[in-house]
Design a protein around this ligand. Structure first.
Ligand code: PLP
Length: 427
């Protein structure tokens, strides 16, 4: 039997960096990633047979618990009917109807296979609809790896940002403005400097890619008003928050209706499924009825849609989100209490089944404030917890996730381990 270390060495010989998505490599925290052999309920099991309580939950996709029996049964049944047809299916219609019913801002919905595709398509659609080129994104938000969104902030509104990845031409980000999250003044200024030029503002309505950061109500309301006033399409990227923070997503909790919404992760229950939707008037600009081209061989894949439908059924159970939110606050409040008892500065926050903890004395409101957290302490905490069988996201810039089967027994066990870890964190 191979150890994680041995397999990682082999992986690096045939997969760049040994992983198929960079954050999995533990670059930020150091050390060797473990290789998962199987998952069940709230746990992952690695190839050495070690069990981990999983607070990454496939980066938010898993909300009903790993290897949920209901989902497995429905997927198994679907598999027997074939995996992909290249024709429309009734399942897709049922799925789209359900999404439109659960998210009132969505009149029409289209399926794709990843969050990246969903946001990339929504941006193209907003540009086609408005016949404008500029888009605004916020520092610290991640919207997948399409070219125009891989951008580092410049030093002010008049200086443009640079691509954050090599291979992205400067021209590809020339029309992307990067502003600070929760900075209303900057937003007002951007609309003043670029009147009638901004096609879309894309935002994570609760940011989860710079740890968890909430919008202030003033900021998010102004954002909605400015978009409406300027004829700009407001895109809520709910790939992470959709069906994760509430049944109606972040927009339900914030009481704001975006023009377009992107979803992913939870809606596929771990299968490659994502989508985007919104106002009919905008969605009808898509091919084949409109001029904005967008397509996909595997879009609406019947097996993935079946998994998604099974998850959508489960999350509509009575008090599902109430229980999820209670578990997340139980975990976060407990973590803060025991850290503070050991004299360690720790702040916490949670929304529905998503949480953040920060080695800092305040909950951050921007990427700059997240960066003030103590990275060294986080990295040490991460490894000490991992050694004892608790898997938090391997970067202090990622939010955490729980599923419906992370019950009080699992959380108590986590907190007992955390108590031991906080005692030795400084040694
Ligand atoms: N948008 C947000 C908010 C995300 O968190 C992610 C992925 O983490 C994406 C888009 C990209 O999704 P995918 O990794 O499925 O392409």
């Amino acid at each position: 039997m191979l150890t994680n270390k041995e397999l990682f060495e082999q992986a690096k010989l045939c997969i760049p960096g040994g992983v198929n998505s960079p954050v999995r490599s533990f670059n930020s925290v150091g050390g060797t990633p473990f290789f998962t052999a199987r998952a069940e309920g709230s746990s992952l099991f690695d190839i050495e047979g070690k069990e981990y309580i999983d607070y990454v939950c496939s980066w938010g996709a898993n909300i009903v618990g790993h290897a949920n029996k209901t989902v497995i049964a429905r997927v198994t049944e679907a598999l027997a009917n074939g995996f992909s047809y290249g024709t429309p299916t009734e399942l897709e219609v049922v799925f789209a109807k359900k999404i439109c019913e659960l998210v009132p801002s969505i009149d029409k919905f289209r399926l794709v296979s990843s969050g990246t595709e969903a946001v990339m398509s929504a941006i193209r659609l907003a540009r086609g609809y408005t016949r404008r080129n500029y888009i605004i994104k916020f520092n610290g938000c991640y919207h997948g790896h399409s070219d125009s969104l891989l951008i580092k902030a410049g030093s002010g509104l008049q200086t443009f940002g640079n691509p954050s990845s090599s291979g992205v031409p400067e021209e590809a980000v020339r029309h992307t403005l990067v502003l600070e999250y929760n900075d209303t003044e900057q937003l007002v200024e951007a609309f003043r400097v670029y009147p009638e030029a901004i096609a879309a503002v894309v935002i994570e309505p609760f940011a989860g890619n710079m740890n968890l950061v909430r919008p202030t109500s003033e900021f998010i309301q102004q954002l909605r008003e400015l978009c409406t006033k300027n004829g700009t399409v407001l895109v809520f990227d709910e790939v992470m928050t959709g069906f994760r923070v509430a049944l109606g997503g972040a927009q339900q909790l914030l009481g704001i209706k975006p023009d377009l919404t992107t979803v992913g992760k939870v809606i596929g229950g771990g299968m490659p499924l994502a989508g985007f939707g919104g106002k009919a008037e905008i969605m009808d600009c898509l091919a084949p009825i409109g001029g904005v081209y967008q397509a996909g061989t595997l879009s609406g894949n019947p097996v993935a849609v079946t998994a998604g439908l099974a998850v959508l059924d489960l999350i509509q159970q009575q008090d599902f989100y109430l229980r999820l939110a209670n578990s997340a606050s139980l975990l976060m409040d407990g973590l803060k209490k025991i850290a503070n008892e050991e004299g360690i500065s720790l702040s916490v926050d949670s929304v529905g089944g998503m949480f953040g903890f920060y080695f800092s004395d305040r909950v951050p409101q921007s990427f700059a404030e997240v960066k003030e957290g103590n990275q060294e302490l986080f990295n040490r905490f991460f490894h000490l917890m991992l050694d004892r069988g608790v898997f938090f996201a391997p970067s202090m810039y990622e939010a955490g996730f729980i599923s419906a089967v992370h019950d009080s027994r699992v959380i108590d066990k986590t907190l007992a381990i955390a108590r031991d870890v906080f005692k030795i964190l400084y040694t």
